[in-house]
Write a protein that binds this ligand. Sequence first.
Ligand code: ADP
Length: 632
Amino acid sequence: MVRLIRGKLLELRRASSRTLTRKRTALSLYVVLLVLPTLVLGTLLWHQLVQDQQERLAAVPLQVRDAASRLVDTVNARFQRLLERENRRGFEEYRWQFSPRKAVGAPIVFVHSPLASEEPPEGILSWFTYHLADGPEADYQLIRSPDHRDEEYDRIEPGLYASVGQLVQHDWEDGFFRRVTRLSDLHTEETPLPFVGVNASRERDVNCLIAANPELEELEEKRVLVRSFDFHLRFYFEGDGTPRIVATRPVNIQGDPAFEQMSDCFRELMDGETLMQGFFVDPAWLFHELPLACASGVLEGSMEFIPADAPLLARGRDLEVATIRPVEALDFETYAEEDLDYGSIQVAVSTRELRASFAAQTRRFLGVAAMLLLALGTGLALLLRSVRRELEQAERTENFVAAVTHELRTPVSAIRLYGEMLHDGWTVSADKQKEYFARIVSESMRLETMVERVLQKARLDSGGDEPVVVDLNECLRPTVEELVPRGRAAGNDLALELAPGLPGVLASPEAISSIVVNLVENARKYAPVAAGSSTNGASSEPILVRTRSQRGGAVVEVLDRGPGIPDHEKERVFDAFYRIGNEATRTSRGTGLGLHLVRAQAESMGGSAEVEDRPGGGSVFRVTLRAADKAS
Ligand code: ADP
């Protein structure tokens, strides 16, 4: 018997620890396979998001600078094309008319210079030329169209004619010629003397030049050196604030003694000549129209072009700006530091959209993260709760096992003690011996009840009987009839009240019977019914076993008129081995397992057990069972 009990207890302990291990494993797997990967992946994803955004933001200034330098390159390429064409232009074209190179022996003819006859290329305002040797008062000419000669020209380009005058004066004082001959590239060409003579002569009367044809024909084979320099570019403001871009080059014609023998038209060429030639570039074209035209092809859609006449933008949190100073970028010579700022243009990119899209991404990420965390957190909380419950259950089982082991010792020791006393003949009194035998019998009964209940408990913890649909009234009737004392003169202390029309409940008939037996036996122990009229404070009202239907099921109640159970003990009386420490308990036999089993059995059927005060005194022990249709 004792071995059986020990086996059952061990089984109980093992089952509880198996469930606990399973739950703990589930918890660990949940954390390792779900929570940790989610947290790690989430963190990595967030890190990537932030890094991408930082890279995108960091790339913006570079993109803007790249775009600005592309724009400068495009503008510069266009301008350089213009400049190269002008560099290639022969010195002879800087007149209203010139004589093209002719075949040997052919007569001299004059044609209009393209500078005067053609529409000037885009960006050039006008060409000019003068003789360096004439000093600051040199007689300069402005060439643009045959219809607008020199001073007349002033009417279409006011101030430009005077500008050349100022420039001649300035350059003489500045020693510009010497400076520019050091800086510029030089092109030297051996040119036929007649061609140079006709085109470099100061003589404006073409007839004088044509008349010299026979003399020139004799010199057809002779060559003179013509040295021309590349155009040198300058940007400056005139006294009245007019901005000017001027390109200037010296062209040096080598002198030749042959010119001395010729007619007067050529006499000055004897010692050679230096012609200063140049042209004005339109600042509005170069700084405004050209960048604007290039910008559309060079800049990306997200970039904004800020033209020269718009106020300059400042770089800010939401704005990345690159400023181009064309005067500096195109390497113009200037005379004042602030001239470099003229015509500044900008390329701007707003980073607001980038930030807004990141904010939207962040919101989406946080939303998803919050949902995931909530789901994972809920799962974790549920698992933890279940593990905690299991831990509590394991602790309860452990306590129960310890308590059973302890409680079993008391009756066993008592039986052994009385047995030994009888065996050893400690008492010879027949009364005493009878008393010892009675003690042995009662302790054995206590042991039996205890063993019976421990086995019941073990059965319950390992699943119990499968509940079936039962009619509560039908189930109760035979049990109560069994409980009615037979052949007792004192009469029946038990009343049965069965409510009709109860729903079928999900229960085990054995468990219901055991519950009612337990409760009725308790009532008889702790709330005995007085035989006949009330004596010793005991009630004459019989113990009532009744059923009634309740929403969602049915209840069975056992009501007595006993001392009742104090409020603070109402829950504890259902604990294993708990007995209230009052007189009634001390004088009655018990194990403290009865009510514990009642609750365990009720719960194993999906129901509950509780106790409350009965109006008018006594207790109501109630077991609630679920209706079969509800339960399914
Ligand atoms: P026991 O073996 O002591 O009867 P139970 O678990 O059945 O163990 O009951 C626990 C304690 O609850 C009892 O010791 C007793 O003090 C109290 N008790 C049980 N039933 C009643 C009742 N009907 N009226 C008053 N007290 C009761």
